[in-house]
Design a protein around this ligand. Sequence first.
Ligand SMILES: N[C@@H](CCC(=O)N[C@@H](CSC=O)C(=O)NCC(=O)O)C(=O)O
Length: 289
Amino acid sequence: MSQSSQDVTVLEELSANKSFGGVYKRFRHYSRVLDCPMIFGIFLPEQAAHPRPKLLWWLSGLSCTDENFMQKAGAHRLASQLGLAIVCPDTSPRGLDLPGEHDAYDFGSGAGFYLNATEAPWRDHYRMYDYVLEELPQVVRANFELAERESIFGHSMGGHGALVLALRNPGRYASVSAFSPIVNPTAVPWGEKAFSGYLGEDRESWKQYDACELILAGSGKSDRLALFVDQGEADGFLENQLKTERLEQACAVSGHPLWLRRQPGYDHSYFFIASFVDDHLRYHAERLD
Ligand SMILES: N[C@@H](CCC(=O)N[C@@H](CSC=O)C(=O)NCC(=O)O)C(=O)O
């Protein structure tokens, strides 16, 4: 069977670790959307107590794999109690060797930006928007018995991904939240570098992947999903890359509901995420009930 005709829902189990009564597993599958093998992680709460867990997606940031959140966020204990299944996709296609793909932490491997690239050579593989929105959910649902509703959260580049996916797909997610998200990628160095490489120089086309632009464009819409955002005030990326105040401004102008918490002294790391992840898990669990 050729790779492109492989059944994407067939999983190869790579590891399984019991954790807080549940189980953390990693799987490899062939992604037709990305045209390469991909790995994802899933935490499943105890089967007997939660036969049909609620589904929560986590999107990680630059330089991460499917493993960072599972190993560092300390989310398993409460996810197990709340009956949450958490799925962590990888942050880019893998196993390729496109020109320059592995040269920098903020472009190429580990930096897919949850978009569908239109520029060569990226467009043949870098389609993380479709992968996270469509293909991986099909794979996960074909293999695990899960509740129908789903929610999404993420960090930094992954916070950007979570906000964009939720804003562009009203009704799809019961709730969305983010730690230290890149909120206005079309106007900060990380986003400008990635979007010009993946999407080309037409800046109009970039706006479909920019949370602030989407919020401003959706001004007056009635079905706006509230955004829950935690941002550390001692985050070294806040001033140049994250610019949380622009999200505040866009939401204020558009009347988009935003619950923004500025957390004094916290930086951009997983120590920040671990400090507040319980609040996010409870927030999503309540809205998924
Ligand atoms: N220069 C650093 C930058 C990588 C980094 O800080 N990545 C963050 C996400 S930043 C925005 O998307 C991260 O989550 N890192 C992984 C971790 O486990 O902390 C570098 O490459 O080291």
